[in-house]
Design a protein around this ligand. Sequence first.
Ligand SMILES: CC(C)(COP(=O)(O)OP(=O)(O)OC[C@H]1O[C@@H](n2cnc3c(N)ncnc32)[C@H](O)[C@@H]1OP(=O)(O)O)[C@@H](O)C(=O)NCCC(=O)NCCS
Length: 170
Amino acid sequence: MNDNDKENLLRPRPVRESISEMTEIVLPNDANPLNALLGGRLMHWIDLAGAMAAQRHSRTYAVTASIDHMDFLVPVRVGDFVVLRSSVNRVFHTSMEVGVKVWVENYRSLENQHVSSAYLTFVAIEASGNKVVVPPVIPETEEEKRRYDGAARRREMRRAESQRRKEDRS
Ligand SMILES: CC(C)(COP(=O)(O)OP(=O)(O)OC[C@H]1O[C@@H](n2cnc3c(N)ncnc32)[C@H](O)[C@@H]1OP(=O)(O)O)[C@@H](O)C(=O)NCCC(=O)NCCS
């Protein structure tokens, strides 16, 4: 790779280039005995949707370092459509915060209900397994700027929480 290629890889990119959308139909194998979507299955889809945004932005592999607190706001039933939308909120150095928002879509009434939102941190990794620096992200809309600012606060909270857990273990 020459210097031009390297410079191009680290060129800042707008949030919109990382936006990813994934839709799933809830099947019986995704549900509990009450025919409601399993929380663990939704977490798996959230992880995948998040990885898509992280990899689109960084143009490399990305591994999940952490997932913040999640609430499941409404039950989702077998046969429903689940729509997941993700984008990179902010890049730090080798890590980036990705936000994933999830809706259940009622395709008969065309109504959407918010099911869950999650913030995930991904670390960019090259094929050899080494961490790599991620290009900065450019927030353009008001919403993207709000998420960008919030990501810095959340990173500080994660660090404080991680430190607290380390102290609890020792
Ligand atoms: C995530 C991982 C790559 C971090 O590696 P590490 O050598 O401990 O990383 P460092 O301490 O040098 O931190 C690297 C970056 O990750 C961030 N990071 C590390 N652990 C983190 C955590 N638990 N939550 C949020 N960010 C984290 C750091 O803040 C740093 O970010 P920056 O470069 O943007 O400043 C490593 O722990 C790993 O490979 N974990 C397993 C990932 C995996 O397999 N996930 C799938 C589920 S099993």
